[in-house]
Structure formats: C-alpha cells, structure tokens
Design a protein around this ligand. Sequence first.
Ligand SMILES: [Zn+2]
Length: 261
Amino acid sequence: MKLTLPLQGYFELLRHQPGEKKYVCINCGRPVTGLYRQISSTVLKIIDCEKCKNPADKYIEFEVLIILIDLILLSKPAYRHILYNSDCKNLWKIGCILILLEAYCFWTDAFRGITSISYRSHVNDPFLSEKGFYLSTVHFVVGFCLLYGFIYLFTRALHRTAPSLTGNGKSYPHMLLHGVILASIGKFLFIPIIIWRENSTETGMAIHIVLVLVYFVISLVQIHSVISECARTRSCLIVILAFIVKAYFLTRVSGLLQEFV
Ligand SMILES: [Zn+2]
C-alpha cells in the first residue's frame, strides 16, 4: 500500500549498512550496531538484541500499514522504530500541516465549544477575515513552542537522569522535538470536525475535541517515557504540568494577539 506524501517519505525504512548509523532495540531501548545481517544475496536475518534477546527491530519486515496501526495503538516499540530506526526527514512537514489544520479549525470557530478565544473580526472585510487565520497560526506556533519548552524544562528539573544523547546518537532536545510532533499526529482526527460540523451539535463537537486532546496527551506521555527513559507516572506528571503552565501563558499571549484583530 502506498501512502500519500508527506507520510510516505516519513515511514520509509532506511536502506542502511550496519555500522553507518546508530540504531536502537525497539523492545528495551538499548543501542544496537545494526538491525539485520546479510546471510546471502537473497537472505537477511534480523539481529537479536544482546540485552533482551528479542529481534532488535521486527518492524523492518512489516508493512507500513501495520506500523501505522501500532502507532495508533500507542505502542512503545512502534514509537522507538519511527523515532530511532526510521528516516524522520519529513516530520517537520507533518508538524507544519498540523499547525495549519488546528489554526484553520480555530479560525472557523470549530473549537468554540471549548474556548471563548476568537480571532475573527466582526467587520465584514475579506482582508480582516484572513488576518484572523494568520493570528490563529501564530497562536498555535506559540502554543507548540511553549509546550515543547516546558516539557523540556520540567524534564530537566524532575528527571535529572534524562539522557543528553539518545540511543541513536542524536541529542535529547532534538529527539524530544521529533517526539512532540509525532505525538501530534492524533490531531489529524480534527478533520472530521471540519467535514461534519454542520451536522453536529456544539456539545458533540466539544466532546470530539476533548477526546482528541486526551489522545494527544496520552501519546505524548508514552513518547516522553520512551525518549526520556523514565517511568510512565513521572512522564504523566511532567506532561500534565507542562500543559497547565502552557495553557496559562498561552491565554496571556492570546489576549495580546486579540488586540490585533
Ligand atoms: Zn532489547
């Protein structure tokens, strides 16, 4: 099955040689030198992890669709596979699409069930109306930066043993950024709100938005726990604290942005 861009590039497996790049066992998170061994010209064998004795990355043999289903089911091995053993070069594009999607929902008042903030001008002018979309985009870019920044700060404060380098040799802030974007993929579930908003009640839309946000928080906790190598309860505390502080500062920022409407 072929996925459309940019997801297609994102889920492409690396065509690598052992030793070229650092990889991680998806079961225990321990670094491994490679993912497979070439037995003959037509036979490859997945390398077993020295620590847990399981295949280091079973997903290199799997269809993209199976990996996608495991991601939706919040599987930690699937997150490790995507973050450490796959090519993440298109992740920033997914992040941009998601920010624009949220900004569009916000601009069209699809989120009115859960927030009173609005950047829509009451003057019937196409230019002023469009300006509201740009302000919504700024709102979500600032929200993303605040969330990422506070998760990083709280992790450094509450989990001092967080690694400075992750299993695949990349820096912790770099992988955390990837993780926050990857957790945001659940926000694609906002799309049905845009499609069916005319046939939905305000309460129904509010429930839908809250469920998507809860899913986002749970996936963020899972990913944080994978990248920071800490217990799920501590990740939960860090992520929820970051959300609360972010919401406080974002309300201040939105007050400033509304002056430009
Ligand atoms: Zn292992």
